[in-house]
Ligand binder design. Structure first.
Ligand code: ADP
Ligand code: MG
Length: 215
């Protein structure tokens, strides 16, 4: 089933709703190993992106324009390091489906993988460095692998959601090599990375979106 601009507008609204519901929790996680603003940053970014995307005319705006609008709004709304990381994710998502009037299932998998790749390249973090990459990368790989072996889109995202959740949990035992938490050495062990936690929320929102599309 084709994914339209209208569907993507709903997707951003879903993500913003789920992030808003976890805003305080994300701030608490960031309070333990960062500066405590991650929930506020993600909430502001997702809300701004949803508003910008919602203002587009679905009859005029292609998916690439949706992702570009989201990137710009997110970047403008967020001063924290998650700002440029997610702005890059959305830019790459848009570039991955350039000139497509709507998205096939395969293109949506490509969008998802491009987001993860963009975050990794922008932040130059490798898996194991206690960042959002520890959730995004395994999630993207799970979806790509599953898609390549003929798995349906909803099942690909179920697997991605599980991988993101596990990747997020795994950050608990890591020391941080990137971002603010990298200054705290072993003191961050025992705490989940806030960026990995918000990433797992976003992947779960995307999974719900795919489930609804096919439901
Ligand atoms: P800030 O640290 O500027 O306050 P946020 O609180 O919004 O920014 O986001 C913190 C999160 O950003 C971290 O938990 C981590 O997941 C992520 N992060 C920080 N630096 C990087 C990086 N270089 N690559 C990927 N993710 C990063
Ligand atoms: Mg912070």
């Amino acid at each position: 089933m084709a994914i339209t601009t209208k569907d993507l507008q709903h997707l951003f609204a879903l993500i913003a709703e789920d992030i808003a519901a976890q805003r305080d929790h994300l701030c608490e996680l960031d309070g333990a190993i960062g500066d405590g603003d991650h929930g506020l940053a993600m909430d502001a970014g997702c809300e701004a992106a949803t508003k910008a995307v919602g203002g587009l005319d679905p009859a005029q705006a292609a998916p690439t324009a949706v992702f570009n609008a989201a990137a710009k709004a997110f970047l403008n709304a967020v001063g924290a390091s998650s700002g440029p990381l997610y702005a890059t994710a959305f830019m790459r998502a848009g570039a991955a489906v350039k000139d497509r009037p709507e998205l096939s299932d395969e293109e949506f998998v490509r969008v998802f993988a491009a987001m993860a790749q963009g975050i990794q390249e922008r932040g130059k973090a490798e898996p194991g460095e206690k960042t959002m990459v520890d959730a995004w990368k395994p999630a993207a790989n799970a979806a790509l692998d599953a898609w390549a072996s003929g798995t349906s889109l909803p099942e690909c995202f179920e697997l991605a959601e599980r991988a993101a959740h596990q990747g997020c949990e795994a950050t608990r035992d890591m020391t941080a090599a990137k971002g603010r938490a990298s200054r705290l050495g072993d003191r961050v062990i025992g705490h989940i990375d806030p960026g990995a936690a918000s990433a797992a929320i976003i992947v779960a929102s995307m999974t719900n979106f795919v489930r609804r599309l096919n439901g």
